[in-house]
Design a protein around this ligand. Structure first.
Ligand SMILES: *[C@@H]1O[C@H](CO)[C@@H](O)[C@H](O)[C@H]1NC(C)=O
Ligand SMILES: *[C@@H]1O[C@H](CO)[C@@H](O)[C@H](O)[C@H]1NC(C)=O
Ligand SMILES: [Zn+2]
Ligand SMILES: [Zn+2]
Length: 608
């Protein structure tokens, strides 16, 4: 509290204060006074004795009241969700760790679908549930500042800055000013920080923690900021995931940068130990041999879907392995420090399976996420430092339905997990395999040979579909203009399993929140706004995110080449703003979009 505020300032509204404290305070302020007023009158000798006792009692009460009021004042100065209640468990006062997990694009139906899939494939009883299910504490509402349906950028900005922003925003507000993130504030407060993902580390979710950009597409700039070319200096200590293509100069094979900057070199100059393959990952010995700062980028773009990665385990580490390695590394690094660590772990590609409407790929992604969640729980149970794990999704993807009407006749009540179990690979993998085949081995084959390859190798062997019609096979070989083969393969699985999808994009469904215990994440019990999740993260670590926002707003302006410049327009370092034609706040209205669009509008190039 500031010096000129009175200790006996009016009590803050009970909305902002702890319920427990308010109850205690009421008892102290009202209870004592009434009993004393009701005491019968006595003689002076008696009052002599009572005087001493009463004075002692009043002094004690005064000290308690002051302490309670002081606590309220201190709490008032921290950023807190409006309904903040540090319930049964309170929050730790000393050293602590915070692990935040994001199941990108996982809605409640993904859980139901995955549970049933696992019960079938592992012969488990009907009450067998995921580890996540046992840690359910509430839900999150997900809309962004400019749409009822958020994208991952606005979704993650709600988590990092505790503010709503527009779809595409990477930790910037609707007015295109940067907002400080929980990870940046943690770093400045002396915590160690980490990001673990299965997609590109420059993709929207991880980007929002450690960079600022007016549009999520500015991934080259996001890579630079993550590598330490950031107004606050290097803010991430540990990076594990994919997306090295944005770190390689455009002259290098496997680069997806527009320029010839070498961001791996930049990262090295900023102290990062860089690794890019499984051998180097294994040499970390589960984190025991890791040195910070650490940057491990194991794929040019995304790490393959778990359903495909299982057979390439010698090339790519799993989400669980990366999570365990990150926990050990950060825990070792903070062993002797006053502050613990903040780690974000994302099951990034649950979302991609949703975009692809591929239920077989999705159940494996959810199981992989569940295993990583269990690994974090195990860490927290064994670790001496208090900590909490909170896990949620940024939004639902695909409008997934665990039932589908296939014909005009009234549907049966069922869906068939066996169909998902029959698939050995994702539709993404199989579609890429078909493209390669048509370009190479099978390029001189006639149509009947190509169709035999599709039927036998791709459908029967890889996807477990043995009843494909001639029409389906023909559509795969000669897809209609603008139709993706990947979507065709996925639809063949979904229809057979009677799994429904309403979109290849996101939906506005509320998503679940999970925690290591409801006791330790008490403010998030029940139905929350996604910004409440962000406020919880900052609050749990007692971070001053607003102070970081102020520093970012006064940061030197940078040119594209990373040189400081004072002539540039303010915030130019975050890339061009979206432009005045794009609404960053308020909702869109009806434009008659029910009408069929032309064939060339394929929805290609959409962002997740
Ligand atoms: C950001 O969130 C905080 C806390 O909810 C709020 O007070 C503030 O007005 C928000 N800022 C903007 C620019 O929306
Ligand atoms: C590579 O980057 C340089 C500038 O950094 C640019 O001049 C050149 O055109 C780029 N090359 C390609 C193939 O994009
Ligand atoms: Zn997302
Ligand atoms: Zn998405």
């Amino acid at each position: 509290m500031t010096g000129n505020e009175s200790l006996l300032a009016p009590r803050p509204s009970s909305e902002l204060s702890s319920i427990r404290n308010a109850e205690e305070e009421d008892a102290l302020l009202t209870g004592e006074r009434t009993t004393r007023r009701n005491e019968p009158r006595r003689g002076l000798g008696f009052w002599g004795q009572v005087g001493t006792f009463a004075w002692a009692a009043i002094a004690t009460i005064l000290v308690i009241v002051l302490a309670v009021v002081y606590q309220h004042e201190a709490a008032k100065n921290r950023r807190a969700p409006s309904h903040e209640v540090w319930g049964p468990g309170g929050k730790p006062t000393g050293k602590r760790n915070l692990i935040f997990m994001v199941s990108d694009g996982m809605g409640p139906t993904s859980l139901s679908m995955t549970r049933s899939f696992r019960q079938l494939t592992e012969s488990l009883p009907i009450d067998d549930i995921l580890v996540l299910d046992k840690h359910y504490i509430g839900q999150s509402r997900t809309r962004s500042s400019n749409s009822l349906v958020t994208d991952s950028a606005a979704g993650a900005t709600a988590f990092t800055c505790a503010n709503k922003s527009y779809n595409g925003a990477i930790s910037v507000l609707p007015d295109h000013s940067p907002c400080g993130t929980v990870l940046e504030a943690a770093k400045l407060a002396g915590y160690h920080t980490g990001l673990v993902v299965t997609t590109r580390i420059t993709d929207a979710t991880p980007a929002c923690f450690a960079s600022h950009a007016n549009l999520r597409q500015y991934e080259d700039s996001i890579a630079e900021q993550e590598a330490g070319e950031h107004p606050l200096g290097r803010v991430v200590d540990l990076i594990l995931g994919g997306g090295r293509c944005h770190f390689l100069p455009n002259s290098t094979e496997g680069s997806c940068r527009a320029d010839d900057r070498d961001i791996v070199e930049l990262a090295s100059q900023n102290g990062f130990h860089y690794l890019q393959d499984r051998t180097a990952f294994d040499a970390l010995n589960g984190g025991a041999k890791a040195k910070l700062p650490l940057m491990g980028l194991f794929a040019e773009k995304d790490i393959p879907f778990e359903i495909d990665r299982r057979s390439q385990n010698d090339v790519y580490p799993s989400l669980e392995e990366m999570a365990r390695t990150a926990l050990t590394t950060l825990s070792e690094a903070t062993r002797d420090s006053e502050q613990g660590f903040f780690l974000m772990i994302e099951g990034s590609r649950i979302d991609h399976a949703g975009h692809g409407n591929d239920p077989a790929a999705q159940v494996h992604e959810v199981i992989a996420f569940d295993k990583a969640f269990a690994a974090v729980l195990e860490f927290l149970e064994k670790d001496d430092t208090p900590g909490v794990l909170v896990s949620t999704s940024d939004h639902e993807t695909g409008g997934l339905a665990a039932a589908r009407q296939l014909h005009t006749s009234y549907p049966e009540y069922l869906w068939l997990p066996r169909i998902l179990a029959n698939a050995e690979h994702s539709s993404e993998y199989v579609a890429a395999k078909l493209s390669n085949h048509l370009l190479e081995a099978g390029k001189h084959d006639d149509d009947s040979k190509k169709k035999a390859y599709i039927r036998k190798t791709l459908l029967e062997k890889d996807l477990g579909i043995s009843d494909a019609t001639d029409e389906e096979v023909n559509a795969l070989l000669h897809p209609e203009e603008g139709v993706s083969r990947q979507y065709l393969f996925a639809d063949m699985i979904s229809r057979r399993a009677q799994i429904g999808w309403s979109t290849h994009g996101h939906s506005a469904a509320d998503v679940n929140i999970y925690a290591s215990s409801s006791k330790d994440a008490w403010p998030l019990v029940g139905n929350n706004e996604n910004t409440d999740v962000g406020a919880f993260l900052a609050n749990y670590l007692d971070l001053d995110v607003d102070a970081v926002t102020k520093r970012l707003k006064s940061a030197a302006y940078w040119t594209a080449s990373g040189e400081e410049s004072t002539t540039q327009e303010k915030y130019n370092w975050m890339g061009d703003p979206v432009g005045s034609t794009v609404r960053t706040e308020g909702l869109d209205t009806y434009h008659g979009d029910f009408k069929k669009r032309s064939l060339d509008d394929c929805g290609c190039g959409a962002v997740h």
